[in-house]
Design a binder for this molecule. Structure first.
Ligand SMILES: Nc1nc2c(ncn2[C@@H]2O[C@H](COP(=O)(O)OP(=O)(O)OP(=O)(O)O)[C@@H](O)[C@H]2O)c(=O)[nH]1
Ligand SMILES: [Mg+2]
Length: 251
């Protein structure tokens, strides 16, 4: 076997390397913290720690910037990054997209937290902006569900129940049961910080910057881009509408 043939045989065994995201597809890369139940228990307040929340927002901002995304959304230990249909990053290679995004997320979080943490990554594909709005509504509902469960579970734990007792007490309970449980402990779920219940959204906004032209000595205004971080996201139809506008860059 000559070296060229040997080389191409080895390359052929990099079986998934030629896999590409479909042309024209809306793409979301979703990162999720690996074993963050254990990791957060060791280092952060339960059920929510603003310091943890801000580390996730910082990581989402790094991903939005490094990978030139349209929108980033974070809730709990996950981050979703939306790429527009015509993106050309890494030749749309699936292996590159998932591995590099997980690498960027893990490095950014670890550097800011001062503790080693890892993220996995996966890819979601959509046909149009309605699919994109469906996706982000789905993740926002997950945020609300997890926040309600987390608050109930940790309220019971702080009241002296064991992990097993707290889980058992919540099995089969409805959303209104859970709201009532919290109410009995003096917690009104709807008044808890919005970032915990609805997640945080980040996107590019355009703003006008006033400055001075040093050569001509005149006032000039220029248009610049910056990342906007929204910790008070709307819900349901209003959120869908926001996501659709951000997706097509009309903000
Ligand atoms: N202490 C603390 N924990 C949080 C916070 N936000 C999210 N978490 C925890 O992060 C975990 C995320 O859950 P999962 O992603 O399903 O579980 P995991 O342990 O990361 O497992 P894998 O993702 O499968 O590796 C949950 O246990 C949440 O309670 C926070 O602000 N504070
Ligand atoms: Mg996780």
């Amino acid at each position: 076997m000559d070296t060229d043939e040997f080389e191409s045989r080895q390359r052929a065994r990099e079986y998934f390397h030629s896999l590409r995201v479909l042309p024209g597809a809306w793409t979301v890369i979703r990162l999720d913290g690996r074993s963050f139940s254990r990791f957060t228990e060791e280092h952060f307040e339960k059920p929510f720690d603003p310091r943890f929340g801000e580390l996730m927002v910082g990581t989402a901002q790094t991903l939005l910037t490094e990978l030139a995304g349209r929108y980033a959304y974070t809730e709990s230990d996950e981050i979703s990054l939306l790429l527009p249909p015509d993106f050309t990053l890494f030749g749309r290679s699936v292996e590159k997209l998932v591995s590099i995004s997980a690498g960027i997320g893990s490095a950014a979080f670890t550097r800011a937290a001062g503790e080693a943490a890892h993220f996995d990554a996966r890819i979601w594909l959509g046909v149009d902006v309605t699919d994109v709005a469906d996706y982000f509504s789905w993740r926002q509902s997950d945020a609300t569900r997890c926040a309600l469960n987390g608050w109930c579970y940790w309220t019971l734990r702080q009241d002296g129940r064991s992990a097993e007792e707290a889980s058992r007490a919540l099995t089969g309970t409805s959303t209104s049961d859970k709201n009532e449980l919290l109410f009995r402990y003096g917690i009104n779920f709807t008044e808890l910080p919005a970032w915990q219940r609805r997640g945080v959204g980040l996107w590019w906004e355009t703003y006008r910057h006033a400055g001075r032209d040093p050569v001509r000595g005149t006032e000039v205004t220029s248009t610049r881009r910056r990342v906007r971080v929204d910790r008070e996201l709307p819900m349901k139809a209003e959120y869908r509408e926001l996501v659709e506008r951000v997706a097509v860059d009309r903000v």
